[in-house]
Design a protein around this ligand. Structure first.
Ligand SMILES: NC(=O)c1ccc[n+]([C@@H]2O[C@H](COP(=O)([O-])OP(=O)(O)OC[C@H]3O[C@@H](n4cnc5c(N)ncnc54)[C@H](OP(=O)(O)O)[C@@H]3O)[C@@H](O)[C@H]2O)c1
Length: 254
């Protein structure tokens, strides 16, 4: 198992990506602390993880509130002894898309940017303060292929502030990696393309169009994002920091 004896905190753990990653961390042997907005939804994920043989517990934590994040992390460290992995999958207002920039109110443009960078700054730096003391740990952030919009997206650009938010999260991840690397702490940003399983409604046309713009001819699945997160969080990726885990199936190549 990749993550045996590791303690992980997952923010937004009741969401599509958070839940998939939390379950994968547990399957790989980590003790997982689920954090998020709605305790009842988190508890359902805990039950699911326990039925799969994992170790997990949940707590309500507003991932935009510094005091709440730090109080929760202190409790985790007191209980588990250390924090090895922090992963933030909190929703960053991706709903504020679909309006041309020329028609978009400044407020709608800036909300995803401020939400995305604030939650990643708060959870990343809170974990880093513990990890720097320990001289080990991995912080995983989350952006999307919107950070590097390609020509494929010409029909569906209209990402408002979401693409700027994703680019900012990636830049923040590199800055943080540079500052805490000397203490042996790593930062990797997960960058999935759109994951159709997480969509609702009639998405066939958009899905076909987006798939056509990838090298693999398809979009990523939740289990692929979760497996990649396990690898990035594990000691097998110990030389990787300040990196982007490009999970776009080749819609963007670097
Ligand atoms: N889905 C995709 O196709 C995709 C692809 C690439 C990147 N992403 C990125 O991944 C993020 C998450 O996507 P998702 O599909 O997993 O979203 P999701 O299913 O909506 O899950 C987001 C989770 O974040 C929680 N949350 C929201 N605000 C919070 C706060 N202040 N504090 C703590 N938890 C909070 C939500 O809590 P509640 O349960 O209370 O609502 C929810 O459980 C997106 O914002 C996007 O940046 C998504």
């Amino acid at each position: 198992m990749l993550l045996e004896n590791k303690n992980a905190v997952v923010y937004g753990a009741a969401g599509s990506i958070g839940r998939a990653v939390a379950r994968a961390f547990a399957r790989e042997g980590a003790q997982v602390f689920l954090a998020g907005r709605t305790l009842s939804s988190l508890q359902k994920v805990v039950e699911e993880m326990k039925s799969e043989g994992g170790t997990a517990e949940a707590a309500p934590v507003d991932a935009l509130n510094q005091e709440a994040i730090e109080k929760h992390l202190n409790e985790v460290v007191q209980k588990a002894g250390r924090i090895d992995i922090s992963f933030n999958a909190v929703w960053i207002r991706g709903d504020l898309q679909g309006t041309p920039l020329l028609d978009m109110p400044a407020e709608d443009f800036t909300v995803p940017v401020l939400t995305g960078i604030k939650t990643h700054f708060l959870t990343g730096t809170a974990a880093a303060r513990h990890m720097v003391q320990q001289k080990s740990g991995v912080i995983l952030t989350l952006s999307s292929s919107s950070s590097v919009l390609s020509g494929r997206d010409r029909r569906y650009h209209l990402t408002g502030g979401f693409s700027t938010a994703c680019a900012a999260i990636e830049a923040f991840s590199r800055s943080l990696a540079g500052e805490i690397g000397p203490a042996g702490v790593r930062v990797v940003c997960m960058r999935p393309d759109a994951i159709p399983e997480t969509w609702s409604g009639d998405v066939a046309n958009v899905k076909a169009y987006m798939e056509d713009g990838t090298v693999l001819g398809r979009l990523p699945q939740l289990n692929e994002v979760a497996n990649a997160a396990c690898l990035m969080a594990s000691d097998h990726a110990s030389a990787m920091t300040g990196s982007i885990a490009n999970l776009t199936c080749g819609s963007f190549m670097e």
